[in-house]
Design a protein around this ligand. Structure first.
Ligand SMILES: [Mg+2]
Length: 544
């Protein structure tokens, strides 16, 4: 063994070194005379139990074993794999032979891999996996000590515009600085906290022992103000904000998944209600039914299987009662559930982004379909298509509309795009450019459900709108409520003066129709003049 250059120690039964090989001596800091010292003296304290347990067990069982431990060498602590075996000599007490192999490179790789799997490469903060582990550990610890903790979800407001305007390198630099500032803001609280980056511009913080609302708010404020200081990146000053949501254990959830979901719900509310604030989860206030995941999964399946279809509701001239156009309405024909109502799947599609796909499909299908309807009717009809906020803002709407028009060879004037008031209010600048481009193609724009949203009259002046659709809420009790009648009159008269046409929605009887026609409402849509129907039935109807 000496000749092979191995690291070898001969120990007595108590672990005291009797002799060591030249390779071993070369390694150790006090290389001259190691005999009489205990092997444990050359092992860092945290590893002592491993070494002494191995020696004890060896002396009992005489079974060779292998352990991994650090040894304090001249170059510092290095990882070794030690093989321990007994070696007995009939004349003397049993001895121990320890043969060592340097595994520090191997160990370093192992540690690096583990670190990479549990940390975010950009900021070197723990990632979501490690954060989840820590939350589990915090729950176990809380059960033991009967204490609690708080989980914070934090999100940088306005981060996307940094990436968009200055590029990803600048965005990454900002995230690194943000991570450092958050770490500093938490520094005063002492140890035990975990700050993790869980996604793009999302961080979570685990705060053991913190459960007082005031203290949570105080800490959240200090984190938010740390991020409100300007960021200097590429000689530019960048300002961002942060929103915070918090959930406490045990009152807001019993496991990591629930706590994270509830902290994120609270964060979402913080963003919805003005950003740059901290909201603590509130079971009562946020107690929404859980999203229907089976229906959501079925929806993705439905897109693949072509279960979505369009029905068309006639829009008729109030005076001549002739059909002038149709509104395309989306339907979902599920093989087991039957016809799923739009109120159940549209909001879901809006939140999971599927609406982009469905909306594009609906627009193209409807444009092609109205050509066929026009042909059957022997005159040009128009098609009204609903456009959701998400679809309107996704940056591809114009392209999709152009595709739909060129694919169907439909004249722009035969297309009517229905948007809601909310779209105009949430980003007026974007709406202005987009609506101008839509209008430039001859396509008309309608405000759907007029009178129920923000109803700013200023936008009737600012945006190139052609049609107001009076919400069914005002039509329903039109004949019995003088207030509803007054509102309908006012909308019709306003539209008239602004050169807009009006469509009354939800008209269900002759009296309502007569009243609206007398007031000058140009178009009628409702069960009375025609329910939404499938294309084949419509073609029959038009041919008659
Ligand atoms: Mg509509």
């Amino acid at each position: 063994m000496e000749a092979a250059g191995d690291v070898v120690f001969r120990l007595n039964e108590h672990g005291m070194i009797l002799s060591a090989s030249a390779a071993a001596l070369e390694l150790l800091p006090e290389s001259n005379d190691v005999a009489g010292h205990f092997l444990a003296e050359f092992v860092p304290k945290p590893d002592h139990p491993v070494v002494s347990a191995a020696i004890l067990q060896l002396m009992e069982s005489h079974q060779a074993s292998r352990i991994r431990t650090r040894i304090t060498t001249q170059a510092g602590a290095c990882w070794f794999e030690l093989q321990l075996l007994t070696y007995s000599n009939p004349q003397s007490a049993p001895e121990i032979l320890v043969i060592g192999r340097d595994i520090s490179t191997h160990k370093a790789t192992e540690e690096r891999v583990l670190h990479m799997a549990t940390h975010d490469a950009l900021t070197d903060l723990p990632n979501r996996a490690l954060a989840s582990d820590r939350i589990h550990a915090a729950i176990i610890e809380s059960l033991r000590t009967e204490s609690g903790f708080t989980l914070i979800a934090l999100d940088l407001d306005g981060f996307k515009k940094v990436n968009d305007a200055l590029g990803y390198a600048a965005g990454d630099a900002l995230l690194c600085i943000a991570a450092r500032r958050l770490r500093e803001a938490l520094h005063n609280r002492g140890t035990g906290d975990t700050l993790a980056r869980t996604g793009g511009n999302e961080f979570i913080v685990l705060l053991p022992g913190l459960t007082e609302r005031d203290e949570i708010q105080l800490l959240a404020r200090s984190m938010m103000s740390a991020l409100q200081r300007p960021f200097e990146i590429n000689d530019r000053l960048i300002y961002v904000n942060a929103s915070v949501g918090a959930a406490c254990y045990p009152q807001h959830g019993e496991n990591a998944v629930q706590l994270l979901a509830h902290a994120e719900t609270a964060l979402h509310h913080a963003k919805e209600t003005g950003k740059a604030r901290c909201i603590i989860y509130d079971q009562e206030k946020f107690n929404q039914p859980p999203p229907d995941v089976t229906l959501e999964a079925a929806m993705f399946e439905a897109v693949r299987n072509g279960e979505f279809l369009l029905h068309y509701q006639p829009i008729v001239d109030a005076n001549t009662r002739q059909i002038v156009g149709f509104e395309a309405l989306m339907r979902w024909q599920h093989p087991d559930l039957g016809l799923v109502p739009p109120v159940r799947f549209i909001p879901m599609a809006e939140s999971n982004g599927l609406i982009n796909l469905l909306g594009a499909w609906a627009l193209k299908t409807a444009c092609v379909q109205i050509q066929q309807f026009s042909e059957s009717a022997g005159r040009p009809l128009y098609i009204a298509v609903n456009v959701s906020p998400r679809q309107f803002k996704n940056g591809q709407f114009l392209q999709i509309m152009d595709d739909a028009l060129s694919l169907s060879e439909l004249d722009g004037s035969q297309l009517l795009v229905e948007i809601t008031e909310g779209i105009l209010m949430s980003d007026p600048a974007l709406a202005e450019t987009l609506l101008a481009s839509i209008r430039a193609r001859g396509v008309r724009i309608a405000i759907d459900d007029f009178g129920t949203g923000y109803s700013s009259l200023a936008y009737l002046k600012r945006f190139p709108i052609s049609v107001l659709k009076i919400d069914r809420a005002f039509i329903k009790d039109l004949m019995t409520s003088s207030k509803d009648a007054a509102i309908c009159n006012a909308i019709i008269s306003l539209a008239d003066h602004l050169n807009l046409s009006t469509v009354a929605e939800g008209v269900e009887n002759q009296q309502q129709l007569d009243f609206l026609a007398a007031q000058g409402c140009s178009l009628i849509q409702g069960f009375y003049t025609g329910r939404p129907l499938d294309p084949a039935t419509i073609i029959d109807l038009l041919q008659q």
